[in-house]
Design a protein around this ligand. Sequence first.
Ligand code: KMH
Ligand code: ZN
Length: 277
Amino acid sequence: MSKLIITAALTGGFHGKEANPNLPEQPGEIAQAAYDCWQAGAAIVHLHARDPGGKPTCEARLYGEIVAKVKARCDIVTQVSTGGGPNLSPEERIMAIDAGAEMASLNMGTMVRTRFAENSFFLNTRSQIETAAKAMLQRGIKPEMEVYSHSMFVDVENLIRKNMLKKPYYVNFVLGMTHQGALPGEPRHLLSLMQYLPADAIFNVSGVGAAQLPLTTIGMLLGGHSRVGLEDNVFYTKGTLAMSNAQLVERTARIARELGREIASPAEARQILQLGA
Ligand code: KMH
Ligand code: ZN
């Protein structure tokens, strides 16, 4: 197995400090959290931007400030979100790719929210996905394809067939979202989703809420990579809020070492994912 790439998802586009006061929202605290996660073993940082009032935004200037601040602190791989938040349109969300990051998320299908703007669409049509993939390819940005259910592999295959992706194809299984169209955070879904991975794909596992620890641990045993952080889960254990994103990264690194899986540095992650190739 390759070394384990740990991704830290610090902020997200939904809950904020009301859910956990340690969740970083503003550029300075996001850069500090990225640095702490880098020291704890994270090789990639998944970034969302918030305006001064804490509202999700994909404004390139603000995103650019965050990416620059993070790069000034350490060599962690920067990954911006094009998922944004429930208040943002696909056209607004794609602006994030001009923030100067090495990677960006690419959500591989449309779902309906059942919380946070209930019954609104998390819109990702095939043409929007293709437009985003082409824009990332032109900029040398590596997409992380966010896959929430089996049917989204139709769009993964579509991008591959149309040469809009470079190998290795990077798939992040996101399990446990409450959106209609997403799969619950259960190991059986992870095992079945893995059957759909195309050749030349590398996978990562993200679990939302209580699913984060068990699913990311199973994922690392299956040869995958792991994403943890307050974006996906604000608790350390049942009823106990996590002290920081770094605390969640430290635990995942500790578990991996106990399981005999070494941790990839940012430089090693760039090699494994062939960033900039
Ligand atoms: N909210 C996560 C569960 C994105 O930012 O584009 C999935 C995500 C998507 O992080
Ligand atoms: Zn995100």
